[in-house]
Design a protein around this ligand. Structure first.
Ligand code: PLP
Length: 392
């Protein structure tokens, strides 16, 4: 192992959303932040060194997208997901959520429906509602072992007015890596209704042992033609602050709509460090990623084991991807406000409140385990203390 991920990096006073925004969100700074999905690890040495060199250069003007950016993306997508993509299919967007936003605006008119499956990463709701499109939400169901898609419900709710299906794969917050069978069935329903798929695959490099990420666009040529795939090195290499991501759009008509919107909004300039970060990450970050994945896998085992042994009131499924755990506190039979208060005031630990992820997120909290083990150990102790304060 080259990297020591046990080393705690002090992120206070680093303009970190996770560490510096606590008073506003949780009413106090005296909490351990285990919420927003970035990791508390330093990025790969190769990325840091490249940034130092660029900083030493000292001129930070507008960027131009070189062939080498495109090649880095093409090679990564081929190597990781066995998908042959063409240079002209790749657009750069300032963030994956912007990629969702553009799709909602360009592929559906006001009043038309956008479908996705809850519980889900909260901006999925916002991009639909803020653009005056209609929510068409299909709740995931739990089959006793894991969350699965509810195809009966999807079939019932999807119609010709549902212009877009926003897929999240791997799915944040529940951590499923959708299987070929699931993606095929979903894809078939979308084709029957002439619905375009926007597939948010930002977590696709965080796949745990035994699972395989399949971009839905690779299921068939027909699906490739009706899918916008959003990817980024941001979660993978812990460079989310750089706001640089990609949309892969094989269909000419859909891509032209995206291109026009990017032009109209004048958002086509890639951040100078974002462009560099993407290229270096995809070309040279593999060793770091391999090691961080092993660390994450161990953290997940540790956390799931700890919860099962010491906090049996909380239910948790082992995720198949991501570095997020979706904790079910419903067994406590307390209101979510009470649980939230105990976490903040008794345990002093900040998790994401599940209610932001949809109605069926009530009673759940999301825990981010992308941190050094000492922080994870401390966080779990704090969750345990909060729960014990409610059951005594
Ligand atoms: C599913 C999903 N999509 C998008 C994002 C954010 O993407 P960006 O910061 O590139 O807009 C996140 C971050 O947590 C996420 O989990």
């Amino acid at each position: 192992m080259k990297y020591n991920f046990d080393k705690v990096v002090d992120r206070k006073n680093s303009d970190s959303k996770k560490w510096c925004n606590l008073e506003e969100l949780y009413g106090t700074n005296d909490v351990l932040p285990m919420w927003v999905a970035d990791m508390d690890f330093k990025s790969a040495d190769e990325i840091i060194e490249a940034f130092k060199d660029r900083a030493d250069h000292g001129v930070f003007g507008y960027t131009w997208k070189q062939d080498s950016f495109y090649e880095a993306v093409i090679n990564w997508v081929k190597k990781k997901h066995n998908w042959d993509i063409k240079k002209e299919w790749i657009l750069f967007t300032p963030g994956v959520v912007m990629g969702l936003n553009l799709g909602v605006r360009e592929l559906a008119d006001e009043g038309e429906k956008i479908m996705f499956q809850s519980p889900i990463y909260p901006p999925f709701y916002r991009v639909v509602e803020n653009n005056n499109r209609m929510l068409n939400v299909s709740p995931l169901k739990h089959n006793g072992e894991k969350f699965v898609m509810d195809f009966d419900d999807i079939r019932n709710k999807m119609d010709k007015d549902t212009k877009v299906m926003m897929l999240c794969n791997p799915h944040n917050p529940i951590g499923r890596v959708w299987t070929k069978e699931e993606l095929t069935e979903l894809g078939n329903i979308c084709m029957e209704n002439d619905t375009i798929i926007i597939s948010d695959e930002i977590h696709s490099d965080f796949i745990l042992k035994g699972y395989k990420h399949i971009p839905i666009a690779t299921i068939s040529k027909e699906l490739e033609q009706r899918t916008v795939t959003l990817m980024a090195p941001s979660k993978t290499f812990n460079i989310a602050g750089l706001g640089t991501s990609i949309a892969i759009i094989p269909n000419d008509e859909i891509r032209t709509k995206y291109e026009k919107a990017i032009e109209v909004m004048e958002i086509g300039n890639v951040n100078i460090f974002g462009a560099l970060g993407l290229e270096v990450a995809y070309n040279h970050g593999e060793q770091w990623l391999k090691e961080v994945l092993e660390y994450i896998e161990d953290n997940i085992d540790y956390a799931v084991d700890y919860i099962n042994k010491n906090i049996p009131q909380i239910k948790v499924d082992r995720p198949e991807g991501t570095y997020l755990l979706w904790l079910d506190f419903n067994g406590l039979e307390k209101s979510t406000d009470e649980i939230f208060e105990a976490l903040i005031k008794v345990g002093k630990v900040a998790l994401n409140d599940g209610r932001a992820y949809g109605e069926n997120g009530d009673g759940f909290f999301r825990l981010n385990i992308g941190c050094p083990r000492p922080i994870l150990e401390e966080g779990l102790k704090r969750i345990e203390k909060s729960v014990k304060s409610m059951v005594k």
